[in-house]
Write a protein that binds this ligand. Structure first.
Ligand SMILES: NC(=O)c1ccc[n+]([C@@H]2O[C@H](COP(=O)([O-])OP(=O)(O)OC[C@H]3O[C@@H](n4cnc5c(N)ncnc54)[C@H](OP(=O)(O)O)[C@@H]3O)[C@@H](O)[C@H]2O)c1
Length: 226
């Protein structure tokens, strides 16, 4: 069966992705900051291994790269992310929070993708999925929350650069919006459940072809404007 590596798999969308891929018989490499405190993830049955990975900490990434050296990864799901300093005005931005957001939402997933590119390119599938957001779309910008919005816009560009760079190696890089999802980040009144989101994301990933390299899509498969 194919292998998926998921970052931020201890709760929210990442946890549900881990559950669904494991239930489908995939080999799941589930990563999170603190496996010892990830009771829900540890309870997931199937072919699943839980590894420590703080995506902001390159030393934990180096350790995981060493552990997984030579192993194929069919789908790398860069899911971990933060949404802090949700202020309506540019004038209210906390620049330290913005720097942290860029580190976690942009630098980290790109660093993770590059670190595992040989594992992904060695697989038959070669998919690098990034959990982006509609909030990163300039074409659909409703304003406010510039910290989070700009991080996802930057993620889109950096991952698109990755898609161009790895195109001739057969990589399929996809920027995916999970919907407005009922998680700690999305809030209790969000319309989409984590189950629906993860099912949609998995379906979009399963249908990707090399022609889709560099796409920006919703969890139902529709295209978004950059
Ligand atoms: N929910 C939505 O409506 C929505 C909409 C659009 C996009 N997204 C994106 O979807 C992704 C998942 O969101 P979610 O709704 O599942 O959020 P969530 O419930 O807040 O979960 C976020 C996950 O990211 C992890 N994480 C944060 N910083 C990390 C770090 N430095 N290292 C490792 N893991 C880290 C968290 O781990 P800890 O438990 O250790 O903090 C947690 O597992 C994010 O990229 C988010 O931006 C969500």
């Amino acid at each position: 069966m194919p292998t998926v590596l998921i970052t931020g798999a201890n709760r929210g969308i990442g946890l549900e992705l881990a559950r669904q891929y494991a239930a489908d018989g995939w080999r799941v490499i589930a990563t999170c900051r603190n496996p010892g405190a990830a009771a829900d993830l540890q309870a997931v049955g199937g072919d699943i291994d839980v590894y420590p990975l703080d995506v902001d900490d390159p030393s934990t990434l180096d350790a995981l790269v060493t552990s997984l050296k030579g192993q194929e990864i069919d789908v790398l799901f860069n899911n971990a992310g933060i949404n802090i300093n949700k202020v309506p005005s540019i004038g209210d931005i906390d620049y330290d929070a913005w720097a942290q957001t860029m580190a976690t939402n942009v630098f980290a997933p790109i660093r993770v993708a590059w670190a595992f590119k040989d594992n992904v390119l060695a697989s038959p599938t070669k998919v690098m999925a990034f959990t982006s957001s509609l909030m990163g779309s300039i074409g659909r910008n409703g304003g406010g929350n510039a910290v989070y919005r700009s991080s996802k816009t930057a993620l889109n560009m950096a991952a698109h650069c990755l898609s161009v760079e790895l195109a001739d190696k057969g990589a399929i890089v996809a920027l995916l919006h999970p919907g407005h999802v009922r998680t700690d980040m999305g809030g209790a009144s969000a319309p989409v459940t984590a189950e629906e989101s993860a099912a949609g994301l998995r379906d979009v990933v399963a249908k990707l072809t090399p022609q889709d390299n560099g796409c920006f899509r919703n969890y139902d498969g529709t295209e978004f404007p950059w």
